[in-house]
Design a protein around this ligand. Sequence first.
Ligand SMILES: *Cc1c(COP(=O)(O)O)cnc(C)c1O
Length: 213
Amino acid sequence: MSIADQLVSIKSKLPKTVTLVAVSKTKPNTDILEAYSEGQRVFGENKVQELVKKQEELPKDIQWHMIGHLQRNKVKFIAPFVTLIHGVDNLKLLQEIDKRAVQNNRKIDCLLQVHIAKEDTKFGFGIQEVTQVLFATSSFKNIRIVGLMGMATFTNDNNQIKEEFKSLKTVFNSIKNDNITTLSMGMSGDYPLAIEQGSTMVRVGSAIFGHRN
Ligand SMILES: *Cc1c(COP(=O)(O)O)cnc(C)c1O
């Protein structure tokens, strides 16, 4: 199937309340433009350099999401334009995002990444830390923490994935308010499970653009 066909097929399976982030990392601009022609405007990248380059080259009404691990010294490159930063996993990073947002005279939306997977390789705050982080950043004027992001363990055990998503949804429910409305969970392999567990934003790459090298 073409990229356009894959995109249409996935969108037809998503509830209207769920935002699709098309994860275009490693893929060429031509692929992104094919999805763009089909109406897709939200794209996710995980490398700052690639994100900046694509932002410069592609239509200006694309909303770019930074979904990967973000290093503090690279925040300045994406601060002028980034729509949402998904993987925020430490306070110093939030502080830096706030500072760069001030310099760009804008507010930057962020999601706190929460560690839900059993495997210990994934980044993120512990479930218990979330309310402390919200408190610690309440004075930061130029960031908005609009929700949470999480990644399940890479496994075939659907029950485990379900339980991990459910744990994130529980934390989300406990902090949800008028500003905290986004729950980013679910990728190509597990987005139907994530939606069942209450995801409001899925990050789908290979199921749209095909496998990456
Ligand atoms: C690459 C990536 C995705 C998309 O992965 P697919 O399995 O290709 O859908 C989603 N989220 C993050 C954080 C990623 O790095």
